[in-house]
Design a binder for this molecule. Structure first.
Ligand SMILES: [Cu+2]
Length: 252
């Protein structure tokens, strides 16, 4: 803790350098590790969480490195100075400060993390249910109306509830742009939810080493407008079960 005016000045200068370094490191970290497109509501929540973590990492890095470099440079041994350094022993105030402040950060971040997780996994009424079946080494998507597809087609702005079913070994359902990932466990169905907010073509990849061709275990994910989705459903039903659709249309 600063005792003299000179000590106080050192703390102020080091503090300003820590602040500058934090801002620069934060910018650098975020530029060096760009995230994929934000294609779901969950991606906004997750990216905000990652952003705050990177800021905290930039601050902690600066706090340690700036103080260390400052001490090495400013308090280095001068020529012809053979005196011993000042002797001091223990500092209760400092110890309390460096225990309590990190504790506050850890508790605050755990609340933030739990909240973000609750946001990401929340259920909503009217979710579109699809089952994603993973097997060595591809995916199949089964819709409640009987459609079985090689690609996952979902309407934009509609919360999807994907039930994950494995036919053989552990796999993991991962669409990086949606920022959600969940393991498929043989004999036990898992679930994942996300709300797409960006139209376009994406890919679901397996993110769990699952054998020889794990690297090629990916399938298309297509996010479309609701009208286009409805049309796709009609076409798929017609293609998979022509007799039923013909009977349906003749009744109308
Ligand atoms: Cu795999």
């Amino acid at each position: 803790m600063p005792k003299s005016a000179s000590d106080k000045r050192h703390f102020i200068v080091a503090g300003v350098l820590v602040a500058i370094s934090t801002v620069l490191m934060d910018i650098l970290l975020k530029a060096a590790m760009p995230l994929p497109l934000q294609a779901s509501i969950e991606s906004l929540t997750i990216d905000a969480l990652i952003g705050w973590h990177l800021t905290l990492i930039a601050f902690l890095f600066s706090l340690i490195v700036v103080f260390m470099l400052y001490s090495i440079v400013i308090f280095r041994k001068r020529e012809d100075d053979d005196s011993e350094g000042e002797h001091f022993e223990g500092n209760s105030t400092l110890e309390i400060v460096w225990t309590v402040i990190p504790l506050i950060f850890v508790v605050a971040f755990s609340f933030y993390g739990v909240n973000a997780l609750a946001q990401v996994i929340r259920s909503e009424p009217n979710e579109l249910e699809v089952t994603a079946v993973g097997f060595q080494w591809s995916w199949r998507f089964e819709y409640p109306n009987g459609i079985i597809s090689q690609e996952l087609v979902l309407p934009i702005n509609q919360r999807a509830l994907v039930t994950l079913h494995s036919e053989d070994v552990l796999h993991s359902f991962w669409v990086p742009e949606m920022r959600v990932k969940q393991d498929l466990v043989p004999g036990y169905d898992t679930h994942i939810r996300f709300t797409p907010i960006l139209l376009g073509d994406f890919k679901v990849r397996c993110a769990e080493l699952c054998g020889r061709s794990h690297w090629s275990m990916e399938s298309p994910v297509r996010i479309v407008e609701q009208a286009e989705y409805d049309q796709w459903v009609t076409e798929q039903l017609a293609a998979q079960n022509p007799a039923v659709v013909q009977a349906d249309s003749s009744q109308q």
